[in-house]
Structure formats: C-alpha cells, structure tokens
Design a protein around this ligand. Structure first.
Ligand code: BES
Ligand code: ZN
Length: 876
C-alpha cells in the first residue's frame, strides 16, 4: 500500500450522484489471516440495475490479485482491467457471481485503514477500519454507502496466535482445522454498506453480560480487550447497558442481533467506530479505572459508547445514500448522544461543554479557509470531512428541528423516519420530509442551513415603550461570505427567550408562559411584547437555541442580572462569558474597567453562595478560551492574548480574594473523596479551578497546595489537575512531580499520553523546546495516533501561545513533522495540519511565517488527504 498517491485530485460532486449500476445482493468472504500477509477470498452475487448499461466497476486499492473467476470460469488478463484502483469487467450478466482472491499486508499498513495490526507482531492483534473507504483495501467491491449487502464471513487462522476470531453479525459455527488452525463464521442478517464491515483476530480477553431488550430479545454484550486491560472495561459495560436502555425509552429502539461485540485498541485513527455488531474503540474511549481516568474521561467513555451504540439505528439500519449525507448519521447521532449524556448527568453542564466545543472547534472552521456547509457540495478526500461542522453544527441543526417540533412531535417524526427508511440509504431530504410529514409541518426552509457555510451573526436591539407598556425586540441576521459562497440567504433562526424584570424575576409572556420561541426567518424582524410593566432585561438564545453569534448591547449590569438570576443554567454561563469578553476588550483597548468590575464582583458574590452547584461555579469562573478570544480579533497575536487572559484571571482572582480562594480550596480538599458521583466530581472541578486562580495571585501557596495534592491524590482527576498547575506555572516542584508520574504510569499508554499532553501545554516560547525534548523520549512514536495527538496535537491545536512563536519556528517544526507523518498515516497528518487554520488572521509577522511554512509543505509530494487541507488553506 502506498501512503502517497500523487494524483491531481478531481473533486467528487454531490450534483454528480448516480445510483449504483450494480448491486451486490450477497457476499461470501473468507479470510486466511496472517500478520505479514492475509488472503481474502470473496464471492459477490451481482445484480444489474436494468435502467443502466455500465460495465462492472469495483474499487480496490493496494490489492495483489491472485485469482479471478466469473461464474466459475477463471478470467485471463484480457477478461478484466485493474488500473488506477478500479477493477473493470465488461459483459457481466445479471445474477453473475464474481470470485476474487487477493493478498494484503496488515503489518505494513501504517495508515490504519483496511486490515491492520494493532500492537506488536508478537502480542498484537488484527483488526479492520473501513469507514469511509477502507473496505477497498481489503477486497474488490463497490465501496459506496448505497450498496447494501448481506454478509457471510468466514475467518481462518492459527489457533494459538489468534484464539479469538470475530466479525459482525450473528455467530454461525466454528471449529478446528488441520495444522493447529481454526475457523469461525458469522452471518449478518441485515444488509449493510461495506463501510460497516469489521473483523478482529487475536489474543483478547472478554467481559460478558446478558441483556434482554425491551422487546424481549436476548443479547450477549461482549467487551474485548488485551489481557492486561480487560479489568478496565467494567465501566464501559455499565455505560453500554445504560445507552441501550436509554434508546429503548427515548426512541423506542431495540438492539437487533444476538450478540454485540465491542473491542478496544490502542492504534486507531479516530475515537470509535460503529461497525454492525462489532464496534471498535480507541482505548481512550473505552478503558476506565480510578487510578488513571479523569472525571471528564469517564463522561467521554459514556458519551462515545452511547454515540456508537446509537448508530445502530441512526447510521446502520438507516444509512447514508452518499458521503455528502454524512451529517444524516453523524449530526443526528451526536445529537442523540448529547440528549443521552444530558439525561445521565447535568443537562446545563453538558450544554455548556458542547457549546464551548462548538465555539472552539466549529466556529473557527466556519470562519476560515476550510469552511464548508454541513452538507458539503464537493470534496477531494472524504476523510477530511469528518469535521466539527458535519458533527457539531450538524447536531445543532437537529436540535433546532427538535425544538421546532417539541418532544412529542420530534419523537413522532423520528419514528416515521426510521419506519420509512429502515434498510435504506437515505438523504437529508428524507430526514426532513419524515419529521415534517409526521407533524404536518413543512421543514424545507431548514434545508438552507445544510447548504450554507458560515456562522450567522444575529444582532438584537430592545426598545421599551413605557407609555404603551410594551417591549419591542428587533432582530437582524447576517452571514459573512465563505470561500466559494459570497452571497448568503437569511436562515430560519429560532430564538428562545425570556424577559426579566429589574429585580431578576421572569415576566409572564404569551399565555402565562415565561419562555417563548420567536423565529427570525428574514433579514430583519421585530417582535412586540405587550403588558410589560418595567424595562426588562431579555435573556436571548436560551439553551443556545441556534448556532449563531449573538450581538446584543447589554449594559454590564444587565449581564450581571442574568448571571445572578437566570433560570437557564446555560444562559447564566453565557452572561459570564459575555462579561469576561467585555472585560477583556476593556483591558486590551485600555478603556476603563466597568465590565471587569461587574464581572469580578458578581462572581465574587456567587463564589460565596452555598446553593450554587460547584461544577457550574467552576464554569462560571472560566473566561472564554484563548482560541475563542482570537476568533473575534484581527491581527491576532497569541502571545498577547495569552498574557491578557492571564491578567484577566488574575483580576478575577483578586476580586474573589486570595484568602477566600485558599479557604475554599482547603474546604474542598477536606471533603475530597474518590467517588464518581456528580457531587464529588463537581467538587473536584471547582477545586481545580480555584487552584488555577490562586496560582495567579499567590504562586508559592498554590504550588504548595498543588504539590501536596499531587502526593495524596486519590483520583487521576486530582493528580492531573495538580500536575497541570505545577507544570504550567513553572513551579519548582514540577520536575519531580513529572518524574514520579512517569515512573508510576510507565506501563500505561493512556496515562503516558496525559504526561505528554500536560507538558505540551506549557505556555509561550518554552513550549517548543519541551516538545522537541519529548519527541526524543523513548516512549514517543509517530506511529501511534494517540501519542501524536497527545504531544503534537495538544501543542499545535491546543496551545496557541506555544505554537504561534513570533520567530516562526513552531510553524516550520510542525510542517516538517507533517511531511514525515504523512508518509505513515495521511489521515492523522491531515487532521494535525488544521492547526494552521486561521493563519490569515494572524498579525503580519506571524502571518508571513505561517504562510511560508504552509506553502513549503504544499510543494512537497503529499497524500490526497494532506494535499487537500494544505491546498484549501492557501486558497482562502
Ligand atoms: N463513524 C465514526 C467513526 C469514523 C469517523 C470512521 C471517520 C471513519 C472516519 C464514529 O461514529 C464517530 O463519529 N466517532 C467519533 C467519536 C464520536 C463520539 C463523536 C470519532 O471517532 O471522533
Ligand atoms: Zn459517529
């Protein structure tokens, strides 16, 4: 397999979609598995579309063709043509059976796409990753999601080396073979696209649990992992059961096979994969144990387990017609996971996390050279379109639709969607049509959201007419141009709102309700609220009811009122974010400190309020990230943003007071437990935030606290929080703590990733030297995606002041690593390259350095993945 295919990429266009000329009714696949080479025998039962007259064309990449026969007759070289990754055969009759035998090379596969080896040759195991287009690296097939096929899969391998043999579907026999080999067969009764195919073979241990579905089916839930980590799978098993129960209750969806396998691997490009009946997980989203897993990571495991499980209906039973419809499964499934996580934990904290992610990851994407609609209209490399836009913004679009229909209407719509599209490859139009039809509502106007890139700006203006006792809210929308889309249409924007009187009480609105949704679907519109006794403070976009940037000229005291009194937890946090942003601008522009004072004093008051959830308080005390601050500026200077944000936090800390912070820290430490309940997690979250603020005010005290906490920590959450404070504040105790952490967790890959990541976050100029030193560490390797993400990803994408050095060394270093990484793993290289996103908005010195680094990269011979990202980056 070649990592680099230097073709001039001709883009694939949505407008060119044609249904497949050939369908595959059934496939019989037989594998003779080996680490260096494996052989794949395939029998395709073909059906021609009578309306089309095209030769049979099958995808196949890097396959060594050993034998080929049509209806039992071997084909000689004149009977077929295998060129440019396509196998073409003329004159195939409807109903024919095509047989091929190919050889592939798992151990040499560093791209981790298709069949590959996880771990070492001696102890590792074989597995597959097929989405989006990995199946063509395994055998010849029409590798597109609208070809649905019934799979019978037989695996054969040495029993000693590969005692466990798994594939998707129901088990259908197993047995011994001569020469110490054995076999196992699986039949999947549900036709599926080839991207959902999976197999696993190796020495794995299991956890097993019986599950009975709401409709009475017995399902064996089996989680597989390498022997040393199998005991870390109990939490995932519990989460899986919760997810299955939740989908039964919330959507009436039951599992549909006799067995559901989940496998953990340390070598995985993505987070996890929903292969039918055989989910495969990046170990970091499956393994969990109190000594090495943080609270945030426990919640991530639950969320990802939920996400992949929910795909069984939103993705597998109903799949995508083509990859342009990717958000049909991903946006919808992210939304379902968000609902699940909100139900299992705190809804407002979940909402805050998700919106913060949207702003940190999706808004910058939508504002830069990589901007694309939730349903792109063209792509060169599909793997580059698993983006925050398709996922996170896609989920926001489903949320708007659900909000428009209400809970019962949305459920009715989803029932109809699943009913009409079960076993089909559907489109986003099919989705909106089903939701609308079930409710007698035309949702077509919302389709515009799927086709238009860019984040809409929503500006609002309130006017109170004391004489008429009415309040008028005027809303306007504008979407800035994005690459290839200069002109934007108005979109339907649902604005959930409430009005507060000056004492912080909610006013009754329509029919006594205190909340109302108005929909802005033109450029500008006014909404009148009668019977308002005093000038109100509007709480707008409650729960973040639409993915837009809101601009409303609140007075700081109005934001303080919302921060103190709003009943919507998300909007309380939003008021704090707004205040922090204004305080930041005041400091930046050197004009007064009105917002700073209001922000600091309001939070200082809330700090002492015993009834406030400590986790929410921790979030209220956190200003927008450096990435978000940069997002709203031109001539971005990341070093200055970092310094200003530090000053901002120091100001906040001083208004709360060193004594109050230290006292709160001691109180939280005294309560500390290693329990995982919400209250204990909330205390740990606040404890970390308090320590981070205190270190800005009184470093020696806070560092002594942190060192003691590191010594005694009963959880990874506490250990890592204290280590991060020591490392980032340059504490004298940091070196020893790092060494002890390293010794303690030397054999644990996931814990070591955190050791790399925490150091990659050192602010400012010293970061690069640290990254270089860590690269030379014996545990660093470019071959493992998690390790690359932990060190290079954290530094380049999560540490702006560390990456954006004014001398440009950061850019040149990353470009060099990208070229190296690209030869091994194009998907991971392309994702890391998005660190350059936003370079056009840097201040001139950095801008020129970044441009030169990206342009230098573009001149090299790159994979299609990396070439597309780099190329787009230079276009913008
Ligand atoms: N289907 C994807 C995994 C995937 C993505 C495979 C891209 C091939 C290419 C899976 O359902 C998914 O979305 N995984 C996410 C995690 C999820 C919780 C958002 C991932 O891997 O990042
Ligand atoms: Zn997904």
């Amino acid at each position: 397999m070649t990592a680099r295919d230097e073709q001039t990429p001709s883009p694939i266009r949505l407008a060119d979609y044609r249904p497949p000329a050939w369908a595959v009714e059934r496939i019989e696949l037989e594998f003779d598995l080996g680490i260096d080479t494996s052989e794949v025998h395939s029998r395709l039962h073909l059906r021609r579309d009578p309306a089309q007259d095209a030769p049979l064309r099958l995808d196949g990449e890097g396959l060594e063709l050993l034998a080929i026969a049509l209806d039992g007759q071997p084909l000689d070289a004149s009977g077929y043509c295998y060129r440019d990754n396509v196998l073409e055969i003329d004159r195939v009759a409807d109903g024919s059976v095509l047989e091929t035998r190919v050889r592939i090379r798992p151990a040499a596969n560093t791209a981790l796409e298709g069949l590959y080896l996880s771990g070492s040759r001696e102890r590792g195991f074989l597995l597959t990753q097929c989405e989006a287009e990995g199946f063509r690296h395994i055998t010849f097939f029409p590798d597109r999601p609208d070809v649905l096929t019934r799979y019978t899969v037989t695996l054969r391998a040495d029993r000693e080396r590969f005692p466990v043999l798994l594939a998707g579907g129901n088990p259908d026999g197993a047995g011994a073979l001569p020469d110490g080999r054995h076999w196992a067969r699986f039949v999947d009764p549900y036709p599926k696209p080839c991207y959902l195919f999976a197999l696993v073979a190796g020495r794995l241990e299991k956890l097993e649990r019986d599950y009975v579905t709401a409709d009475g089916r017995h399902v064996a839930l089996v989680i597989w992992a390498e022997p040393d980590v199998i005991e870390c799978c109990h939490y995932a098993m519990d989460a899986l059961e919760r997810a299955m129960r939740w989908d039964e209750r919330a959507y009436g969806r039951n599992f549909d096979l006799d067995v559901f396998h989940v496998v953990a691997t340390h070598d995985f490009n993505m987070g996890a994969m929903e292969n039918k009946g055989l989910n495969i997980f990046n170990a970091k989203y499956l393994l969990a144990d109190p000594d090495t897993t943080t609270d945030d990571e426990y919640r991530a495991v639950e969320a990802v387990i939920g996400h992949e499980y929910f795909h069984n209906w939103s993705g597998n039973r109903v799949t995508c017609r083509d990859w342009f419809q990717l958000s049909l499964k991903e946006g919808l499934t992210v939304f379902r996971e968000q609902q699940f996580s909100a139900d299992m934990n705190s809804p407002s904290l979940k909402r805050i996390d998700d919106v913060a992610l949207l702003r940190r990851a999706q808004f910058p994407e939508d504002a830069g050279p990589l901007a694309h609609p939730v349903r792109p209209s063209q792509y060169s490399e599909i793997n580059n379109f698993y983006t925050a836009t398709v996922y996170e913004k896609g989920s926001e679009l489903v949320r708007m639709l659900a909000g428009r229909l209400g809970p019962e209407g949305f459920r009715r719509g989803m029932d109809l969607y699943f009913e009409r599209n079960d076993g089909r490859a559907a489109t986003l139009e099919d989705f909106l049509a089903a939701l609308g039809l079930a409710n007698g509502i035309d949702l077509a106007p919302y389709l515009a959201w799927y086709g238009q890139a860019g984040t809409p700006r929503l500006s609002g203006e309130g006017h109170y007419d004391a004489a008429a006792r009415s309040y008028t809210l005027t809303l306007r929308q504008h979407t800035p141009p994005t690459p290839g889309q200069p002109d934007k249409q108005p979109l339907p924007i649902p604005v959930k709102l409430a009005l507060f009187d000056p004492d912080g009480r909610m006013l009754p609105l329509h029919e006594g309700a205190t909340e109302q949704v108005v929909v802005l679907d033109t450029q500008e519109q006014s909404f009148v609220f009668p019977g308002v006794e005093r000038a109100p403070v509007p709480s707008l976009l409650r729960g973040f009811s639409a993915p837009v940037v809101l601009d409303y000229a609140y007075a700081p005291v109005e934001l303080a009122l919302l921060l103190t009194h709003d009943t919507d937890g998300f909007n309380r946090w939003e008021a704090a974010q707004q205040l922090a942003w204004r305080a930041y601008m005041e400091m930046r522009d050197g004009r007064g400190h009105e917002a700073l004072t209001v922000w600091g004093d309001t939070l200082a008051r809330l700090f002492d309020q015993a009834t406030l959830d400590p986790a929410l308080l921790a979030d209220l005390l956190t200003p927008p990230s450096e990435v978000e601050l940069a997002e709203r500026e031109t001539d971005v200077d990341p070093a200055r943003i970092h310094a200003l944000r530090q000053t901002l936090q120091r100001e906040l800390a001083s208004r709360v007071g060193a004594a109050a912070l230290a006292e709160r820290y001691r109180a939280l430490t005294a309560q500390a437990s290693d329990a995982l309940d919400a209250a204990s997690q909330a205390q740990r979250r606040l404890k970390r935030r308090v320590l981070e603020l205190l270190v800005l005010l009184d470093a020696p005290t806070a560092q002594a606290f942190a060192a003691a906490q590191f010594d005694r920590a009963a959880t990874m959450t506490d250990r890592l929080a204290s280590l991060a404070v020591l490392v980032r504040s340059g504490a004298p105790q940091a070196t020893e703590a790092l060494a002890r952490y390293r010794t303690r967790h030397a054999d644990n890959a996931l814990a070591l990733d955190k050791w790399f990541a925490v150091q990659a976050q050192i602010p400012g100029e010293p970061a690069l030297a640290r990254v270089r030193a860590l690269e030379a560490d014996s545990k660093f390797t470019l071959k493992n995606p998690n390790r690359v993400q932990a060190l290079l990803g954290t530094w380049a994408r999560g540490n702006p002041s560390g990456f954006h050095r004014v001398d440009g060394e950061g850019y040149r270093f990353l470009a060099a690593r990208l070229a190296e990484l690209d030869a091994l793993n194009p998907q991971v290289a392309a994702r890391l390259a998005t660190a350059f996103n936003g370079w056009q908005r840097l201040e001139p010195t950095r801008r020129e350095q970044a441009r030169a680094a990206v342009a230098g990269l573009a001149e090299q011979s790159l994979s299609r993945n990396l070439a597309e990202i780099v190329g787009n980056m230079l276009k913008g």
